[in-house]
Design a protein around this ligand. Sequence first.
Ligand SMILES: [Mn+2]
Length: 199
Amino acid sequence: MTNNGKRNAIMERKTSETDIKLRFCVDGQGEADVDTGIGFFDHMLKSFAKHGLFDLQVSVKGDLFVDCHHTIEDVGIVLGEAIKEAIGDKKSIKRYGSVMLPMDETLILCAIDLSGRPYLVFNGEFQASSVGYFDTQMVKEFFYAISYSAGMNLHIKQMSGENDHHIIEGMFKAFAKALDEATLKDPRIKSVLSTKGAL
Ligand SMILES: [Mn+2]
């Protein structure tokens, strides 16, 4: 869906576990309005929008009385679907994006191929079981959900890092920067960047 020539998507998904409304614009300015009920997750999604120069609105009513699992995983599913819908036919986009992102003692590698084939390679180690009300086990689950619902080959590798807040935030920022690059349009690319002619 396009709005003033900008690539965006509006999604709604309701199950017995979560009720999610999400709006995503690839060609944004980093503006975010996020309320998932999990403070640290809101902080991460705002960082993702800011550093990817995406616009993102997320509103979630999740079963947080159970735990954070369904809320985080389902936002990953819906954000991945929104990314897929917003980039559409992938015409003229760079397809690949990568970054080595530092955050104090932490260094995160992220590389993306918007190939249409889902695959996640995730390498990260956390000291604590949670940051705020965000379980550190859910970081991999979130990116796994995105890679599958967006049809994206996604590598996230922790090169160094000790502080869990830094490591997770570094991952979200690195993902944002790599996705921004992969979704950028290059005027030299006349159709899609594949010898097969489709992505
Ligand atoms: Mn922070």
